[in-house]
Ligand binder design. Structure first.
Ligand code: ADP
Length: 658
């Protein structure tokens, strides 16, 4: 920034320098002049008096020879007409004063007689022999008086000279400083407006001209660079837009694909569930169970991709409810104790007593984070131990929690350490081949933790083990608005599904391929006296639910969308409506809203309960469904065990009421 007034200051400065120089030189010159004039005037006065003394001395010879002081005194009195002489005295060689003359004070015009004076001595000769000496005191006051006048005039001239020099310097300096000032103004304008196309014209070939040429040259180069930069920015923006649009396409492609794959998978799993209920040999049942477990593992991978793409697209909403961290960790410990002990690993969980009983956050997502970290530890560790700890990250911050999972596994190569949180990245290919996995677990963990405002990291010594840690802010129940306590997982996770997840986490390769021998006990068909309406647009799902429920003696009514569901609800009394969330014409949430409103306004079929069917319920969805009036929800593919829980609850309520 050029400071305002800077040009004026240079201008003044130069004028000041001019005046000062003139003052010094002029002052010295005047001093010399005054000195020389003083010296000259003094010499003239003394010379004049000396000449007068010589004439007087030659006239005095006779009066001294004849010892006639009267004549000598008359001669000396003649000096009265001479202003320069104050005193005169004739002294004989013996030292006796012969005659003295002194000008009377009355005759002294200056009034300072004798203040500045000098004495002369002139010999009185007779035949070349000194018979007396004439001493004359000369008054120099007029000389000094004149000097004072001359000095006064010289001082005035000196002052006038300096003022003139200052004014003239300013006038002449303006020729240099004005273009400089214009140049500075233009520099500021160029800086402010970033207009590098401007040029300064000066037209004189001197030093300032060289500065101006250099400045114009600089502007030209900056202008060129600016143009190149602008072009580069445009290119970069284009490339960024393309990359963003490619990333968006990728995310939406993955999200759509996952969803689309899920739909036929639901059909496959439903059909497997139906087939398992038929008369099967033990071997056939074992095959079906392997198919089912593989399909489960596949679905969980698809869930991961769906989760990941939703987080990437910013569409994942976190739930918020009160839950017990100790209970959560207890259930995770129970889940992993079997696979850990099968591998001969010592698994231990420790919760710091400072950790409060109840905290507020998204229990499902926190569980997902811990499952991923502990699952990796169990998966990659072949011997030794796994230690899970939960504590306060900082004793002074009671709402900042730290979870740590330490294992004695293979550790992570320093080269891979910066990349393992990246999506689809797997550090050791041979390990991956042995243990399976998608490379998404840590990427999802990282994204979830960041979404929650926390941090995740690890320390690892290659060949010795790793310690993964997560720091999360979790509120205390007092801060929770509408927090519900009791359900540890926003998602309803059946034991079957959880064990499939566990198997995928700890040993996905086995989950996808290993045939299990020995069929699991299949629940015996029961019969339910329930009137059920199924609102579902997919014919495959309609078929599966119809077949599943037929096994339990339930004949269902079907509605292909929300509108039909509301119509069917009005026409007939049902005990239960299984309501798909996503349907054409009117979705399940709107239909539920309308049915609940009919129930309260018209007191129609008040006992009828609605259970949602969702393809991929996210955290927070459960609260949304409940808020609309549903009593529960099932995730597709529907599992017979979960369906039975719902039917049992419905039957119990019906029997209790009637
Ligand atoms: P996945 O486990 O499905 O391969 P993750 O994203 O969970 O994907 O992990 C990425 C990579 O980080 C793993 O493939 C593995 O190489 C490395 N890794 C993660 N946890 C551990 C661990 N506890 N010990 C050793 N390596 C690990």
């Amino acid at each position: 920034m050029i400071k305002p007034g800077r040009t004026t200051s240079i201008h003044r400065h130069l004028a000041g320098v001019g005046a000062f120089t003139t003052g010094v030189v002029g002052g010295l010159f005047l001093l010399v002049l005054v000195g020389v004039s003083l010296d000259t005037s003094r010499a003239q006065v003394l010379e004049r008096s000396s000449a007068l003394g010589s004439v007087l001395a030659s006239n005095l010879t006779a009066s001294i020879v004849f010892q006639d002081p009267g004549t000598a005194a008359e001669l000396l009195n003649g000096l009265r007409t001479v202003d320069d002489v104050i005193e005169a005295q004739i002294t004989l060689p013996e030292g006796d004063v012969f005659v003295t003359y002194r000008r009377s004070l009355l005759e002294d015009q200056s009034g300072v007689q004798g203040l500045y004076s000098e004495s002369l001595s002139v010999p009185v000769l007779l035949d070349q022999e000194e018979i007396a000496s004439l001493e004359i005191r000369v008054d120099l006051w007029p000389v000094y008086q004149q000097l004072v006048w001359i000095s006064g005039i010289a001082f005035v001239l000196w002052m006038l000279g300096m003022v003139a020099a200052y004014v003239l310097s300013r006038v002449f300096n303006a020729r240099i400083t004005e273009p400089l000032s214009d140049l500075a103004d233009m520099m500021s304008e160029v800086t402010d407006r970033e207009d590098y196309g401007r040029r300064f014209s000066y037209g004189v070939n001197n030093e300032l001209g060289s500065v101006v040429d250099a400045f114009n040259e600089m502007l030209e180069r900056i202008g060129d660079r600016e143009q190149r930069l602008r072009k580069m920015i445009v290119d970069l923006e284009e490339a960024r837009d393309q990359a963003e649009s490619a990333a968006r396409s990728k995310s939406s492609f993955l999200a759509n694909m996952s969803h689309e794959i899920r739909t036929p998978m639901n059909g496959v799993m439903g059909m497997i569930a139906l087939l398992k209920q038929g008369d099967l040999t033990e071997q056939q049942r074992a095959y079906f169970e392997t198919i089912e477990r593989s399909a489960d593992a596949l679905l969980l991978i698809i869930d991961d991709i769906l989760d990941f793409t939703k987080i990437e697209a910013g569409r994942l909403k976190l739930g918020r409810s009160a839950f017990s961290l100790r209970d959560s960790l207890g259930s995770i410990e129970a889940l992993f104790s079997e696979p850990a002990s099968q591998k001969g690993l010592a698994l231990s969980f420790a919760v710091d007593p400072a950790v409060p009983e109840v905290v507020v956050g998204d229990p499902g997502r926190i569980r997902q984070i811990l499952l991923n970290l502990i699952g990796n530890a169990v998966k990659f560790t072949d011997e030794g131990s796994i230690t899970v700890t939960a504590s306060l990250a900082d004793p002074d911050k009671p709402e900042q929690f730290r979870f740590a999972v330490a294992d004695t596994g293979p550790g992570i190569d320093p080269d891979d350490q910066t990349r393992i949180f990246g999506e689809f990245y797997q550090a050791d290919v041979s390990l991956t081949r042995a243990h399976g996995g998608t490379g998404l677990g840590l990427a999802i963990t990282d994204q979830l933790v960041r979404l929650m405002g926390g941090q995740v990291g690890f320390e690892s010594e290659f060949g010795k083990g790793s310690l993964f840690w997560v720091e999360l802010p979790l509120a205390s129940p007092g801060d929770a608005t509408a927090a519900s306590f009791g359900d540890n997982d926003a998602r309803r996770v059946s034991a079957d599904k959880e064990s499939a997840r566990l198997e995928r986490l700890t040993n996905p390769a086995a989950a996808a391929s290993a045939p299990t021998t020995g069929a699991t006990e299949y629940p015996l068909p029961n019969t339910y006296d329930l009137q059920v309406l199924v609102a579902e647009d997919s014919e495959v799902n309609q078929f599966i639910i119809r077949e599943l429920l037929a096994k339990w003696g339930i004949e269902i009514a079907v509605a292909a969308n929300g509108l039909e569901a509301v119509k069917a609800f009005r026409e007939r009394e049902f005990d239960l409506i299984l309501m798909d969330i996503q349907m054409p014409e009117m979705d399940g949430l709107e239909a539920t809203r309308q049915i609940c409103s009919i129930q309260t306004r018209e007191a129609l079929h008040e006992r009828c309960e609605i259970v949602g069917l969702s393809a991929h319920a996210m955290s927070g969805d459960r609260e949304r469904y409940m808020a609309e009036g549903m009593v529960d929800y099932l995730t597709k593919p529907i599992r017979t065990e979960e369906l039975r829980v719902v039917l049992d609850a419905c039957l119990e309520k019906k029997q209790g009421v009637s």
